[in-house]
Design a binder for this molecule. Structure first.
Ligand code: SF4
Length: 443
């Protein structure tokens, strides 16, 4: 088996808030924002791994942390067998030559005051390349090299003295790629390299990246929020949600048979050209990614999951269960305002039934029946009396999901998914068993 070029183990990147001297004096507890929370993966030489997820899921932070552009909170990264976080300054300099990054925004990643030639030559100067320019001066050698690189990315050596503003978005991204290639790296982090480009230009840049990979034997970590972009360029894909990897797999397999409800929802939201698919059922992702300041207990995706697992002894359909869980979460984060409900239902604040009807119509997006209706109405009755905590407790006691008390992680299989629906296989591991704290309101 080939040795991986890059090995990432339990990588963590936390940011800390309320961390100043004044905060300590005032006795404020330090709060962590877990941007990347213990992820592991490997990339083999010549391979392209896609890292995909919505914005804010931690994928760009992952790329920057493993390149040591940000300091990791924990975990390890090995590049070509060497521990990246233990490198001394000489080793780090060599590492910075072997690994490069191409940023998302071709408009801001190039210095507008420098010519294209100077931009491409700059990394060569920093690393004092070449050692021996032969018959040429170093300046001439570097300029020739910059011209060749420009040609290789589809531009012309005659454009070396132009400035970034004279180029289109796609051309600027080509210039960014030429700059990344100048040091002849082994590994490139492509951080949303085509997101800012028109669709037609995206295809050209993706083709260029594929050609360059073949020609120079490059290894890529390809970061994207759009699954359709990674399909044709990646060998494997890792799907990230709120700082964790939730599914991992060979690209075709992941696209043909996605397992994790989040991956399925992401794929459903990709537009398809086929008219025969019009009218297909789409479990679109609802709501935003929760704050990493205050991630949900258990499975981080549970607040949006269209397949969240109900208690085994509860007879309830998924739509109704989702609606009740949404009510519970809204109560916890303070999104249910009893005063507004009373004002609309009965300003005299006497008719509890009217309050319950109004609360249901505002906050429960499903038809409730039988036991479920009884428990929800009891909880809303407590809310009408001003006892929010008891209302939330009543719902928790009957509706608590295994998805909120145990956190799933990806197992060892070739196509694992961090989801309790796959429990009992080697596709899922349970990371913690005591994560039953409720969601708390962001303060
Ligand atoms: S563990 Fe539960 S909430 Fe999480 S993805 Fe699976 S079914 Fe959904």
């Amino acid at each position: 088996m080939t040795e991986p070029l890059l090995e990432v183990r339990d990588l963590q990147k936390y940011y800390f808030e309320r961390d100043t001297f004044i905060d300590t004096l005032l006795g404020r507890e330090r709060q962590s924002v877990k941007a990347v929370d213990g992820i592991s993966f490997e990339i083999e030489p010549g391979e392209t791994l896609g890292l995909v997820g919505e914005s804010g899921c931690g994928k760009s932070t992952t790329g920057e942390t493993l390149l040591r552009l940000r300091e990791a909170t924990g975990g390890s990264v090995r590049f070509d067998g060497q521990d990246v976080f233990e490198m001394d300054s000489e080793e780090l300099k060599a590492f910075r030559k072997d690994v490069q990054i191409v940023f998302q925004d071709p408009f801001s990643s190039l210095d507008p005051r420098m010519t294209i030639g100077d931009i491409i030559v700059e990394p060569l100067k920093i690393h004092d390349i070449p050692e021996d320019p032969g018959d040429q001066s170093k300046r001439e050698w570097r300029r020739t090299k910059a011209g060749e690189l420009l040609k290789r990315v589809g531009l012309s050596a005659t454009q070396l003295d132009r400035y970034p503003h004279e180029f289109s978005g796609g051309q600027r991204q080509r210039i960014g790629i030429a700059r990344a290639l100048a040091l002849e790296p082994d590994f490139i982090v492509l951080d949303e390299p085509v997101s800012a480009l028109d669709v037609s230009v995206q295809a050209q840049v993706l083709n260029l990246l594929g050609d360059l990979q073949e020609e120079f034997g490059l290894t890529y970590l390809f970061i994207a929020h759009d699954l359709s972009v990674v399909r044709h360029i990646c060998d494997r894909v890792a799907v990230m949600y709120l700082g964790n990897i939730v599914e991992f797999g060979p690209t075709d397999e992941l696209f043909e048979s996605p397992k994790h409800p989040y991956t399925k929802a992401l794929l459903e939201s990709v537009p398809r050209p086929s008219t025969s698919e019009h009218g297909r059922r789409v479990d679109a992702l609802s709501g935003d990614v929760p704050s990493p300041r205050n991630p949900p207990s258990g499975c981080r995706f549970r607040t949006r999951c269209p397949q969240v697992i109900p208690p085994s002894d509860l007879d309830i359909d998924q739509e109704t269960y989702r609606a009740v869980m949404d009510l519970r979460d809204a109560l916890v984060v303070g999104d249910v305002n009893p005063d507004h409900i009373w004002d609309a239902a009965d300003p005299e604040r006497v008719d509890e039934e009217a309050f319950i009807d109004e609360a249901r119509s505002r906050h429960v997006d499903a038809e409730l029946r039988g036991e479920v209706a009884g428990v929800v109405d009891t909880a809303l009755g407590y809310l009408a009396e001003g006892d929010d905590a008891r209302a939330e407790e009543t719902l928790r006691n009957r509706f608590e999901s295994p998805c909120e008390t145990r956190r799933p992680g990806v197992g060892d299989a070739t196509h694992p998914a961090a989801c309790h629906l796959y429990e009992g296989s080697d596709e899922v591991t349970v990371i913690e068993t005591n994560a039953s704290e409720p969601l708390e309101a962001d303060d």
